[in-house]
Design a binder for this molecule. Structure first.
Ligand code: SF4
Length: 204
């Protein structure tokens, strides 16, 4: 795994991403906090990884304004927060898969997360546990369809086939979570996109 992570770090760096490899979630948390200035507007995408880091108390203590739809009490409020994420100073999320040849693979139902990753916020920080590392884009999509989507389906009780069988049948469910596929092959030109790779399993 150490070798895979180093190889992934080098490939991402070659593709223009600013990459750090850290030993633990605690170290990742400090690395994220060091990137955010007091009073900045911070958007948070739907991310079990970011949720696990428990960044909110420290960000609030820094006087940051947070846009995190997981804290919304109504669908209308969630919609407002997702739109606000697109113009935040900093956007925090993870990636569904990180390839050893230097790409970031993500699939969204709504598309707000993948939109904010590529344009809008000047700085994007993606925290990715070692469990997100795969060989290539095809393996990344397979990971999403057989690992991330089934676990998300069970968490959200979507009733989609992946949550029941553990595999994807390219469903037509109204709750389908896979409408938009994003493959980021190089750093988007106007976005300071940072990837923090963590030598621990984080999120899914
Ligand atoms: S397309 Fe449907 S079945 Fe396949 S992973 Fe997405 S939600 Fe699950």
């Amino acid at each position: 795994m150490e070798t895979r992570l180093e190889r992934t770090k080098q490939a991402l760096s070659k593709h223009g991403f600013d990459v750090r490899l850290v030993a633990s979630a605690a170290e990742a948390k400090q690395a994220v906090l060091a990137e955010i200035e007091a009073g900045q507007k911070v958007g948070i995408g739907g991310s079990r990884t970011i949720d696990t880091l428990d960044l909110v108390p420290e960000l609030e203590a820094k006087g940051c304004e947070l846009f995190w739809h997981w804290q919304a009490e109504t669908p209308a409020e969630a919609d407002r927060l997702k739109k606000a994420q697109l113009t935040a100073d900093v956007f925090l999320a993870s990636s569904n898969a990180v390839t050893e040849d230097g790409c970031l693979v993500n699939i969204d139902g709504t598309g707000n997360r993948v939109a904010a990753m590529t344009f809008g916020p000047g700085k994007v920080i993606l925290v990715c546990g070692q469990n997100k590392v795969v060989s290539d884009v095809a393996a990344g999509i397979e990971r999403i369809e057989t690992v991330a989507a089934p676990l998300n389906a069970r968490r959200l009780n979507t009733g989609t086939p992946c949550g029941i069988t553990g595999s994807c049948n390219d469903c037509d469910s109204p709750n389908r979570m896979c409408s938009v596929t994003s493959i980021i092959k190089r750093r988007p030109k106007l976005t300071d996109l940072k990837v923090i790779l963590v030598k621990e399993e984080l999120g899914y």
